[in-house]
Design a binder for this molecule. Structure first.
Ligand code: DQA
Length: 257
């Protein structure tokens, strides 16, 4: 597993997958309560899923709220994500031409440490978000999600490669398994990508069937796993406490090898 680095520091000490708790509050106050609660659970980073935020079209409100979340969770890196609806995000009033200015403002003024956008987005927008993130010293996650099914191994590997080719610092894939074999496919693609690519990768299968991948993904090269705080942002996320305990058990076995 190649660890994710944020402003020069590897997450989770560089040895275990980083555990991220998503924030899905709709208002500033709800988000700040959620951030305080989540921080008390001891995650390695938080993710703000801004597509749940009702004031998403107000750039200044988004920037101020990002700063407030950072202040409510001191010392915790913040991942900023506007998940597109076609990859499982919420419907929002955000207009297409507001997307890049929103990411740029949050990178420059919001104090966020990582940003995530879909690799399948408009190429000019992806390039502009990449540039804004890197100019601000943010770690760029380029991601792919399929909430219905699990594409074949070759396609998943290509999704990881696409993210790398587009300039990602982290390539991420999340899929919905229809059977146990699909979980194996996701893990195999993640393992192959982690061996092939010079950047960290993150892979997870969603839903009840996929929950095992959130625990053992690190053994297959995944540098990041998501755990539920007050609420989950995707099906199958486990509560942080039991997930941490399971990771520690696996890590103990790794040390004994
Ligand atoms: O892309 C991801 C992964 C995720 O979908 C999951 O399955 O844990 C949760 C999202 O909040 C995050 O942006």
């Amino acid at each position: 597993m190649r660890p994710i680095t944020v402003r020069g520091t590897p997450l989770a000490g560089g040895t275990l997958p980083a555990v991220c708790v998503p924030l899905v509050g709709r208002t500033r106050d709800a988000l700040l309560r959620e951030a305080t609660d989540a921080a008390s659970l001891g995650p390695d980073l938080l993710e703000w899923r801004v597509d749940h935020f009702t004031a998403i079209v107000d750039i200044d409100a988004v920037v101020a709220t990002a700063r407030d979340i950072k202040a409510a969770a001191p010392g915790l890196p913040l991942l900023y994500t506007r998940r597109a609806q076609h990859e499982g995000g919420q419907a929002t009033a955000l207009h297409d031409d507001q997307l890049v200015p929103l990411y740029a403002a949050v990178c420059e003024r919001g104090g966020v440490d990582l940003v995530d956008t879909e690799a399948s987005g408009d190429p000019a927008q992806v390039a502009a978000i990449c540039e804004a993130a890197h100019a601000a010293g943010c770690t760029l996650v380029l991601s792919f999600h399929d909430f219905q099914r699990t594409p074949a191994l070759g396609e998943l590997l290509e999704r990881y490669r696409d993210s790398y080719r587009l300039g990602a610092d982290v390539a991420k894939v999340a899929v919905m398994p229809q059977g146990t074999g699909d979980v194996l496919t996701l893990l195999q693609a993640t393992w192959m990508a982690s061996e092939e690519l010079p950047i960290p990768v993150a892979g997870m299968a969603m839903g009840a069937l996929g929950a095992v991948s959130r625990v053992c993904g690190g053994e297959f090269g995944s540098a990041l796993t998501f755990a539920a705080g007050r609420a989950a942002s995707a099906p199958g996320q486990l509560p942080l406490g039991p997930l941490r305990a399971a990771l520690a058990v696996l890590h103990g076995s790794v040390l004994r090898r």
